[in-house]
Ligand binder design. Structure first.
Ligand code: 3H9
Length: 703
């Protein structure tokens, strides 16, 4: 008997327990253990019904993702599942925590399913670029009907036990002790025959009754949402097979589609993203047992868009917040916007009024700094001005408890310099939220040269508690995300000066899968922001290109983007869709002329390579300088903070897909054509020469 699956008997019920924590993934040892345990249960004459349970915090959260891409070892999951379904003794799955992917597929093949009230069931394979590959696409529609099965399989979103019961996915919701309730249920069905098997249910997949338009619509919706990803479409095709083919043929079709998917770059990318997010939480010199301090009371300085959004993040996580600003008007305005944001969520039915009231109640607006002496963490979210920040940190140093964490939300400024304005640089850290802070998942956690390990560990833990993906980065201008965004945006603008138009640049990048192109993104963020920053900076020396020329001209004309209905595009009232604007084209042509640039036809390929490779090159420099710990951390930043398409894995993953030698060769060509900004990173050059990848670099560093 394998250690990860055990068997024991409770009177007439044989209990098979999976114990492969943390999530009871279906590794080869678990699959073998399940086969062996079933054999024992069937051979035991005393056993009249069999119960399958998971030990620890969950039932079974799916196939073992680390095994994908490696030669598959027997028994396959499909084989294990077929044995459970064929058992002549009834098998009951007792679900707590999550039954996900292959875990739910095992449960679907059991004859009955019972669930704890807070259990969740789902087929999230699509989020890994896959489809359920062990019968889920054939059994679920037979059990719950095609529309609901399509919903669950194409979205990948899990449903709760109550909903699962309502749609016929589980037979009973157990209150109180799950195993005791499930044993009683199993004893109750022990002698019932015939055994209900999902494979035998035909009514829900009767071809004459299922509207074929359902699949056309599902395909269309999936294509619109997938931004070029194919997995959702494969999911639709597999469910369609449940209607068009007999069960065993449908299983074969599902298998073919699954094998195609598992080999796809899309799935490799999404698996990289899954593990990348989890690896980001691990800091080599800050072990998991590093002490942390509790964060129960927080103050946010600055009640503007950013400060208000940050206050909401804490209130959402049940933490009370003091929202502090200089004048009562600013405080009131900030609180007003917060309430409006929550009310919008309530009106969409995504938040109850009671929950909104509780969250609003956790935020106290004030102009007084008195309460700061009590808080565990202060986050400064005022203007990006070093003098102001230093003054604030000097004051905080005097007011706050010695163990309080002093954080800055700066997106560009030197966190070390800010820390030096206090007597406790070890307690200072950057917590860089992304706008809108209550929506964006990314949190760059900026470690200064003196930041203590306790403060790093507390911040990483806090990120998780807030539902954010925390990525630890080092100090440099723009940290990881904005520093790379700068090179990406620079190339987009230079291409426009040379002959492209905003709509062409944006189309190239949205076709790749970006949520928005760089020009539409600038319009959303506001062209005035970059313009004001550039005004305070020295112009590039003669001979060097200045990428801000078009943006400056538009901003000087009051075209600040969406908020003025005009920027790189024009906007119809009440509509955020960017419309190409002939006036902008004339401005761009004029700017090119003033700069002495003869406009030329820029092809899409050049746009893509220059925007993407400049960013990858900067990412390699960031990695080489130790600003990011791993290439996968850079990908995690870009996917969670900048709309990089997850199914492309992030810029560094994409670089590996293209091949570093090819990228390096192009960087050298661009260096010859466009100058110093294209100097290839020494790291990228070395990896290309040695035939290595960013992934191999991460693996070599134990990431
Ligand atoms: C599938 O089932 C295909 C089948 O249809 C067909 C097959 C033929 N495998 O997320 P956490 C690790 S595809 C391996 O921090 P939480 C994870 O990396 C699969 N490892 O915990 C982490 O490791 P570490 C369909 C896995 O409580 C640790 O477990 N299923 C797997 O926040 C803890 O994870 C899914 O897509 C796995 N399947 O969330 C579910 N899952 O500690 C994927 C987790 O070293 N999993 N690990 O960093 C999840 O969504 C979340 O992990 C879950 C728990 C919600 C379960």
């Amino acid at each position: 008997m394998s250690e990860v699956v055990s068997f024991h008997r409770s009177e007439r019920v044989g209990i098979i327990t999976v114990d492969n924590q943390p999530v009871n993934a279906l590794s080869q040892a678990v699959r073998q253990g399940l086969v062996d345990a079933l054999g024992k249960a069937l051979a035991d004459a005393e056993v009249q019904a069999i119960l399958l349970v998971g030990k620890g915090r969950t039932f079974i959260a799916g196939a073992d993702i680390t095994e994908f891409g490696k030669p598959q070892k027997d028994p396959g999951l499909g084989d294990v599942i077929a044995r459970y379904e064929a058992s002549e003794k009834p098998v009951v799955a007792a679900i707590h925590g999550t039954a996900l992917g292959g875990g739910l597929e095992v449960a679907l093949a059991c004859h009955y399913r019972v669930a704890a009230r807070d259990a969740k069931c789902g087929l999230p394979e699509v989020k890994l670029g896959l489809l359920p590959g062990a019968g889920g696409t054939q059994r679920l529609p037979r059990l719950v009907g095609v529309p609901k099965a399509l919903d669950m399989i194409v979205s990948g979103e899990p449903i709760g036990a109550t909903d699962a019961k309502a749609i016929g996915l589980v037979d009973e919701v157990v209150e109180g002790d799950l195993v005791a309730g499930a044993v009683a249920f199993a004893a109750g069905v022990a002698s019932r025959r015939p055994l209900p098997r999902a494979r035998d249910l035909s009514a829900n997949v009767d071809e004459t009754k299922v509207d074929p338009a359902l699949f056309d619509k599902a395909r269309k919706d999936a294509a619109a949402r997938a931004r070029g990803g194919k997995a959702p479409l494969r999911c639709v095709d597999a469910v369609k097979a449940a209607v068009e083919l007999p069960f065993d043929e449908g299983l074969k079709r599902e298998r073919e589609l699954f094998l195609e998917a598992v080999e796809s770059t899309e799935s490799k990318a999404l698996r990289h993203v899954f593990f990348g997010e989890r690896t980001a939480a691990k800091i080599p010199d800050v072990p998991a047992d590093t002490p942390t301090t509790p964060v129960r009371r927080v103050a946010v300085l600055g009640a503007g868009t950013m400060g208000g959004g940050i206050a909401m993040v804490f209130a959402n996580a049940g933490i009370s917040v003091l929202l502090v600003d200089r004048e009562q008007d600013f405080v009131d305005k900030g609180l007003g916007i917060i309430k409006k944001n929550y009310a919008a969520t309530v009106s969409k039915g995504r938040l109850s009024q009671g929950e909104m009231d509780a969250r609003v109640g956790r935020i106290t607006g004030t102009t007084s700094w008195d309460g700061l002496a009590e808080v565990d963490l202060v986050i400064e979210a005022v203007f990006e001005e070093m003098g102001l920040k230093k003054e604030i940190f000097g004051k905080l140093d005097k007011l706050c408890r010695p163990d309080a964490i002093l954080a800055t939300n700066t997106s560009t400024l030197d966190t070390n310099e800010i820390a030096r304005s206090t007597s406790r640089p070890g307690q200072v850290i950057g917590l860089h939220f992304f706008s809108p802070a209550n929506v964006m998942r990314l949190l760059e956690i900026v470690r200064g040269e003196k930041t203590s390990k306790t403060v790093v560990a507390t911040s990483m833990k806090l990120a998780r508690q807030l539902g954010k993906v925390g990525v630890l980065v080092g100090v440099c201008s723009g940290f990881v995300g904005n520093r790379m965004l700068h090179t990406y945006g620079r190339e987009a603008q230079l291409l426009i000066q040379e002959g492209a138009l905003p709509q062409q640049v944006d189309a190239v990048l949205t076709r790749f899968g970006f949520a928005m192109g760089p020009c539409a993104t600038s319009d959303l963020a506001g062209l005035d922001v970059g313009w004001r920053i550039r005004k305070g900076q020295p112009r590039p020396p003669p001979g060097a290109r200045y990428s801000g020329a078009v943006g400056d001209r538009l901003a000087e004309m009051g075209r600040f983007g969406q908020k003025t209905s005009a920027g790189f595009y024009r906007y119809e009232p009440g509509n955020r869709a960017p419309m190409p604007d002939p006036e902008v084209e004339a401005i761009i042509v004029a700017v090119s002329k003033e700069l002495g640039i003869e406009r030329r036809k820029v092809d899409d390929h050049e746009i893509f390579e220059r925007c993407m490779y400049s960013m990858i090159n900067e990412g390699a420099k960031i990695l080489d300088e130790g600003i990011a710990l791993r290439a996968s951390d850079i990908d995690t930043v870009w996917i969670n903070g900048y709309g990089f398409p997850a199914h492309r894995g992030g810029p560094m993953f994409h670089a590996d897909v293209v091949g570093l030698p090819k990228i390096h060769a192009r960087l050298r060509e661009f260096l010859a054509q466009h100058g110093k900004a294209w100097e290839p990173s020494a790291l990228l050059e070395r990896l290309a020469r040695e035939g290595k990848t960013f992934a191999s670099l991460d693996a070599g560093r134990g990431a």
